[in-house]
Design a protein around this ligand. Sequence first.
Ligand code: ATR
Length: 280
Amino acid sequence: MISSEASVFGVIGDPIRHSKSPLMHNSALQALGIDGVYTALHVKPEDIGEAIRGIRALGFRGINVTIPHKLNVIPLLDELDEGAKFIGAVNTIVNDKGRLIGYNTDGIGYVRSLKEEVEPDLAGRRILVIGAGGAARGIVYALTQESPEVIWIANRTIERAEELALALQHCGNLVGIGTEQISDICGDVDIIINTTSVGMFPHMEETPISLEGFRTDIIVSDLIYNPLETTILRQARERGSRTHGGLGMFVYQGAYAFEYWTGQTAPIEVMRQAVLKSLL
Ligand code: ATR
């Protein structure tokens, strides 16, 4: 039941009509009997300032932020969480009695998903991250908090990989390399994580790298969740490796946002099933 005291949440983006967040969050609110509602709000880039002021004026409790606003909202907020500050992007806003606080739950959501679904202990692991864009930045930051032995960041444009490794050098052992140098280290890798869009619908036959030379007892993870199993994940599964798709990251980034807003533990399985049902 939604009363006149309901907490209001939403996601702002452009475009936004494809978003699965309303479905996921409303099923979570309902499952926990919370008096609240979550809606998709189409906000054009030129309207972002008014939209953020509107959050305060209308008393929204929480907002998710998606493309193209993740960077532009930052100067409009009152406070930034440490992680969001480093990543330079916000995907979650908490309205604390008119004070807007920005978080980034993408990276920590990804890592929680990897740990709960495939590998609880990342300490001492040797991780290869493919890509050095916005998504990689959040994920590498969150991975450094898990004490891996080394994180190689491999990118088509080596300079971006080196820049990201340098920006986080105080957090752990990070090495930026070019994609062509992957063959030098592939035998040492325990976990591969694809953060690029290579393999995403509709170019589903593409793979970001070849699995030749990697051991078969590795974990292969892909941020993409459309398709649910990318070609590289299928190849990994067929070689007998453990795999991890991108749906979990989407669910857990939402779960963290839900927990920041409501103070309650997110009903992960309810959220996952709501999204999964809409994708099948
Ligand atoms: P996002 O926020 O999704 O990470 P981004 O910041 O544009 O988006 O970064 C995209 C990443 O995917 C980059 O690492 C990019 O490599 P470059 O830095 O060399 O551009 C990588 N990428 C995208 N398309 C690619 C392709 N066809 N082959 C290899 N890498 C690709």
